[in-house]
Write a protein of this length. Sequence first.
Length: 372
Amino acid sequence: MAGLSTLILLLCAAKDVMPSSSHWKPTWPSYRVPVILPQSTLNLDKPQFNAEARLEVVSPCGPACHKSSPLPTYEEVKNYLSYETLYANGSLTETEVGIYILSNSGDGSQGKSRTKRQIYGYDSRFSIFGKDFLLNYPFSTSVKLSTGCTGTLVAEKHVLTAAHCIHDGKSYVKGAQKLRVGFLKPKLKDGSKGANITNSAIPEKMKFQWIRVKRTHVPKGWIKGNANDIGMDYDYALLELKKPHKRKFMKIGVSPPARHLPGGRIHFSGYDNDRPGNLVYRFCDVKDETYDLLYQQCDAQPGASGSGVYVRMWKRQNHKWERKIIGIFSGHQWVDMNGTPQDFNVAVRITPLKYAQICYWIKGNYLDCREG
């Protein structure tokens, strides 16, 4: 089975990634995306919701630690990608999955306790002000979770975030049952709620409008891992809202290798807790990577966890530039680098397997999830 697992990881490789001419644009690669389908669903006891929400995850296992870890077996991968679903009424289910590789012809198409500033030298974050920016794409896709984290709109009713914002690895956090998602909206001087803004009703500041979450999916890789080893690789969750948000959302995509990212750089926006009420944007270079994680030194503070990490690349099929989320900002790591402590901020990469899983959660049909 170990060989089959290796086949799954290697078969989901990128095609058409390298530049073909001097006029090459950073282009979204094509991937052979596997199929992940539910096999059985079991009802679980209602959770206690007794964990404290942590706005970041600290892990002592750095790039070398992750790179030296053996590939999981096929059965282990299936277990990690199986998932729990939490409903608004407190009920909980566990779904086991199967993993399949289809040919293209068949579908048509992880220290020591330290001050965790997460700021590297000069603070390069930008607070985004004014409705003209906050309400426009891509900044408008960033939303705030009632547990204190950030999320990103990835479909008409779905929000992608970090699993630790919902679950601490052992138990669901306080507030997860009544989880809400906050959307920044203009607060009008005259108190009106209409969409038409006139000279007599000029927004003086922004406020959050909240929508309840209908259900939440969390992979078992996170629940079993406690974020110290394999768990960090699965620090992601998908929230389904009770009603559509009516905003433009950002699509998810499979994370290309760091060397193929435009300028080797990533971007994300979040609600850092040292700037209450502000949406904070930043970008930085990727310093290292593993199959499941991106290591970078983007300036960030707790509260930004769960932000969607994105890049903008050329979409050859549509002949246009397109932003896609390729990862989820997880948090901070102190890493022992040959006896010298070094800190990184970590993002979970959307691999082909994770893409297939998240896409299926959103669409409910694997035929709509064949292109990464």
